[in-house]
Design a protein around this ligand. Sequence first.
Ligand SMILES: NC(=O)c1ccc[n+]([C@@H]2O[C@H](COP(=O)([O-])OP(=O)(O)OC[C@H]3O[C@@H](n4cnc5c(N)ncnc54)[C@H](OP(=O)(O)O)[C@@H]3O)[C@@H](O)[C@H]2O)c1
Length: 325
Amino acid sequence: MATRHASSTTASPSSPITSSPEASDGSTRRELLESYGRLGVGLGASALFPWIPSSALAASRPSSDAPVAVLGARGKTGRLIVQQLLAEGKHVRALSYQPFEYDAKKDLPVNVDLSLLSYAIGDVTKYDTLPDAIRGSSAVIFASSASKKGGNAQAVDCDGVENIARAAISEKIPRLLVISSGAVTKPDSFGYKVTNMFARGIMGLKLEGEDRLRALYRSSAPAGVTYTVLRPGGLSNDKGLGVNGLELNQKDTIIGEISRNDVAAVAVHAITAPEAADVTFEVYEIGRRTPLQPEFPKESGMERRAEKWEDIFKGLVKDQDLQRA
Ligand SMILES: NC(=O)c1ccc[n+]([C@@H]2O[C@H](COP(=O)([O-])OP(=O)(O)OC[C@H]3O[C@@H](n4cnc5c(N)ncnc54)[C@H](OP(=O)(O)O)[C@@H]3O)[C@@H](O)[C@H]2O)c1
């Protein structure tokens, strides 16, 4: 994997750090490994020990400095996710289908430790790029969506979700979180119709991607390898309200706007929440909630609100139990 680091003392986009630590300055492999450790560089163990089969590494518990891999890291929400993870002192591997680098002053939080950030290529339309890109990470966040150069909704929002689910299962990543959309299961709703019209069938394709992911995890994910599907309402670029301004729900009958900042915060907290494992849920601002269709009840009965992040995921119903209900 060609992983690059953000620190000015490390590589530029044109000079990738390869996965095999070569002693170009004459230092020994051991010295290099030790210095990587001291820097707390966010490489997966397999990148540091490329001679060990990745399956053996991935099966072991990720270390506390294992990075969170973010697909679509150049996007509006992806970038906020990276910012928030870095601000919390987490290691981040920013992934895109083509080489890129943030403008540290403009794009990243002030005083962030740049040695926590690395870059790699991860194209969700090309399965072969994904296992290397996510190997050794503690979680993967899929914030990708169709774009002019990256691929259409079929390739990115549908097949791309299946690709990352396969890769995350094969690499035994503890949690894959996919950002989908509210209203995907309600083709008669206004939200579904309007979004579909502007984005060429994206809603049905997002749902198909979700369904394929859930089926794959049901049939082939080993214990401890889990997913979360996050369905936000319409996105804004507002500052965000924080946890006590938000509501989670699970029947896809209530919708409302939410800021990308809050979606990023929900994603960042959900990847470590045991209650969000193997769960699909909607999220929107409490003050903007409304039934998705006029005939739907005002409450679904599955609303979740909380004052603290560690509480808001409590009580979410696992997808397998929801289907039986
Ligand atoms: N807009 C809304 O109101 C709304 C409502 C509900 C849900 N959502 C969903 O929320 C998510 C985030 O939305 P957003 O507006 O923040 O997204 P965005 O800015 O459009 O970002 C999507 C990112 O995906 C990247 N991408 C495209 N093709 C890719 C590929 N083949 N491999 C990897 N990455 C690829 C894009 O790269 P480039 O830009 O560099 O090409 C872009 O950085 C999306 O899934 C969206 O559908 C949006």
